[in-house]
Ligand binder design. Structure first.
Ligand SMILES: NC(=O)c1ccc[n+]([C@@H]2O[C@H](COP(=O)([O-])OP(=O)(O)OC[C@H]3O[C@@H](n4cnc5c(N)ncnc54)[C@H](OP(=O)(O)O)[C@@H]3O)[C@@H](O)[C@H]2O)c1
Length: 354
């Protein structure tokens, strides 16, 4: 492991994008990691500070002065870790190539999330699934590839985890209201989204319906068997900037009280909390009883690490004693991308995997 000032050197790919800027901002004074390489496409050769969109995030002077590189292995130098929020089509070919060549890559992109030999991780949900990496080593990969889920699936899996641990889920029906930053920069044209709601996001429903089942599945050796309940998703793009809101209807095999679900969620802690990882919020799920909450503008930065806690409210009974309803909010570029991925990297660092 190469280190500078006791920290691991990391590259952020697609660093000028919506998620890339979140990474560079969140890593600005990180205790384990230091950004030494940033990559892009149209901005290659420019100063990073002159290539970011003005999304308004705090970024260190050291990072602002980096020169944007291309994404070829030669341009990455000898970094210890690669964060990859690459566009889908590029990630598909570039990421396995980097991992086979010896780079340790953690990705927010979708192409490899459901691959049998790639762990799909939310650190509070399924840290043990890092055991899937054994199958990459068996295939002779010199590096490794770990995926983090779709931004909506991340919040959903986190909130379902404590319920799934205690009750037998049968069906989950979810309807979403998703922020425009989920589409990247510049994203959805303003004239399409202002004063409007779009009841379609390409390929999103399939991801929301499958990824949580992999994350909540059981690991046997290095193979994950998906959880057996069903998820039905209906997604909508709305004119909020950050924070995806999800309305859930859950059905279980057993009778349960809504208060029991509230208690399961608010007392839940995962391995990152037990280890005290730097980006772990004290409470991964915050339950509110306040009327009309959670709301994106009011609640997306709630908790001890802004953007890392899901906020859940309106927990109530469904049509019978085996069903319930709730609303959850989770920040799409933090808990749904850069923040969760940095937390995964912190977990891997503490487990000696980096
Ligand atoms: N936004 C979210 O909430 C979210 C959440 C979870 C996962 N994701 C995933 O994260 C990835 C990035 O999303 P985003 O929202 O950050 O997108 P974005 O704002 O549109 O940014 C795209 C980035 O990709 C770079 N790029 C474009 N073409 C490239 C190429 N051929 N080779 C290398 N880099 C290239 C761009 O560099 P230049 O600026 O230099 O051209 C820019 O940095 C996607 O796979 C997305 O699905 C996004």
């Amino acid at each position: 492991v190469k280190s500078s000032g006791g920290k691991l050197d990391v590259a952020v790919l697609a660093a000028t994008g919506m998620v890339g800027q979140r990474y560079v901002s969140m890593l600005s004074s990180h205790p384990y990691f230091r950004v030494t390489r940033v990559t892009g496409q149209s901005s290659v050769g420019k100063r990073y500070g002159d290539s970011v969109s003005g999304y308004g995030l705090h970024i260190s002077d050291e990072a602002l002065d980096l020169e944007v590189q291309g994404t070829r292995p030669e341009s990455l130098g000898e970094v210890d870790l690669v964060f990859s929020p690459l566009p889908t089509d590029i990630a598909k070919t570039v990421e396995p190539k980097l991992a086979r060549a010896g780079f340790k890559v953690i990705t927010d992109a979708s192409p490899h999330r459901m691959d049998r030999h790639v762990p799909l991780i939310v650190p509070e949900v399924n840290p043990g699934h890092l055991g899937v990496l054994a199958s990459q080593r068996k295939d002779g990969w010199k590096g490794l590839l770990v995926s983090t889920p779709n931004c909506t699936a991340a919040g959903l899996a986190l909130v379902l985890k404590p319920i799934h641990d205690k009750l037998t889920l049968r069906r989950v029906i979810v309807s979403t209201l998703q922020a425009v930053s989920g589409a990247g920069y510049p994203g959805v044209p303003s004239l399409d989204i202002l004063d409007n709601v779009i009841p379609y996001i390409k390929d999103e429903e399939e991801k929301v319906e499958t990824e949580p089942l992999k994350m909540l599945g059981a690991l046997d050796g290095s193979v994950v068997t998906p959880a057996r309940f069903e998820i039905s998703a209906m997604v909508h793009r709305v004119a909020t900037t950050d924070g995806h809101l999800e309305s859930l209807y859950i059905e279980t095999e057993e009778d349960f009280e809504p208060e029991e679900v509230a208690r399961l969620l608010s007392t839940f802690k995962g391995e990152p909390q037990k280890l005290g990882l730097p980006t772990a919020p004290l409470q991964p799920i915050i339950v509110t009883a306040a009327e009309g909450r959670p709301q994106p503008r009011l609640d997306r930065y709630a908790g001890s690490v802004p953007g890392m806690s899901a906020v859940v409210g309106r927990i109530r009974r469904g049509l019978d004693r085996k069903s319930g309803r709730l609303t959850l909010l989770s920040h799409n570029t933090i808990r749904g991308a850069a923040g969760s991925t940095i937390l995964t990297a912190e977990l891997m660092y503490r487990k000696g995997l980096l």
